[in-house]
Design a binder for this molecule. Structure first.
Ligand code: ADP
Ligand code: ADP
Length: 226
């Protein structure tokens, strides 16, 4: 059963010059799958992710999440993590993680429980009172992932989340992402330019070509999953 379904999706930017940023591309992502997209800079990876998130409308074609067509905003059930650190420097780690639930109708106690859980899940318990500037880049990216986790997404989209980190931290964060995927049961769509990262983590890797923004290959890694 496809959770995400793209059918003949094209995204063009009217120039000049006119840029065909993506497609035509068709893709089904299964519920619970770990799917990665690799390809050279400028091949349309971010555009694809933004289309799946509902942040960018396709010029033509259709995008469905859980059977519903997307309509220009991130729907409930999708969480997005970007490469750039999106933590808010004026808020503590705890308040950063709680931010997405500030207008939630959930009982206060449930909000607190979710926030605590996301913080400890990402190994941030001892930093809950710290501010982002007091943390390393890797720790700040953990905060950004925890901010998404409190929303309990069924699909997590990550756009080069470890691109700005050193190699050793990247490996560590890759393991963390795998653990997150296993323990939450969420579907993961990861964009990376690192083929080794994609191959190591994913069930399936979509390889994009520079022009005209399509998949040139689709690789099943065949990792055992239980
Ligand atoms: P990637 O994430 O693989 O680096 P992008 O999806 O960011 O690729 O971009 C794909 C292509 O579309 C690039 O040529 C980029 O310059 C172009 N592009 C992306 N966003 C816009 C935009 N808002 N306006 C015009 N061109 C864009
Ligand atoms: P990436 O790290 O994915 O390669 P880019 O540096 O290509 O990202 O793009 C960063 C931002 O600038 C994106 O929001 C993208 O939509 C926008 N952008 C990229 N290329 C263009 C362009 N030619 N014209 C306008 N906006 C662009």
């Amino acid at each position: 059963e496809a959770q995400v379904s793209l059918s003949e999706v094209v995204r063009r930017y009217d120039g000049p010059p006119v840029v065909q940023a993506l497609g035509p591309i068709s893709l089904d992502i299964k519920c619970g799958e770990f799917f990665s997209i690799v390809g050279p800079s400028g091949c349309g990876k971010s555009t694809l992710l933004d289309v799946v998130a509902g942040l960018v409308r396709p010029t033509s074609g259709s995008v469905c999440f859980e059977g519903k067509e997307l309509h220009g905003e991130v729907p409930d059930g999708i969480g997005v993590v970007f490469q750039e650190d999106s933590s808010m420097p004026w808020l503590s780690v705890r308040d950063n993680v709680a931010f997405g639930l500030r207008t939630s109708s959930l009982p206060k106690q449930e909000v607190a429980t979710r926030v605590d859980h996301a913080i400890s899940f990402m190994g941030l318990a001892q930093f809950a009172g710290h501010y982002p500037a007091q943390l390393s880049g890797g720790m700040r990216q953990r905060v950004c992932i925890a901010r998404t986790l409190v929303l309990r997404p069924r699909l997590i989209l990550l756009d080069e989340p470890f691109g700005a980190l050193d190699q050793q931290t990247r490996l560590l964060m890759g393991d963390e992402l795998l653990r997150l995927w296993r323990e939450t049961g969420a579907t993961v769509l990861l964009i990376t330019h690192a083929l080794d990262e994609a191959a190591m983590l994913s069930d399936r890797v979509g390889v994009m070509s520079a022009r005209p923004g399509r998949f040139i290959d689709m690789v099943e890694t065949g990792w055992p999953r239980d």
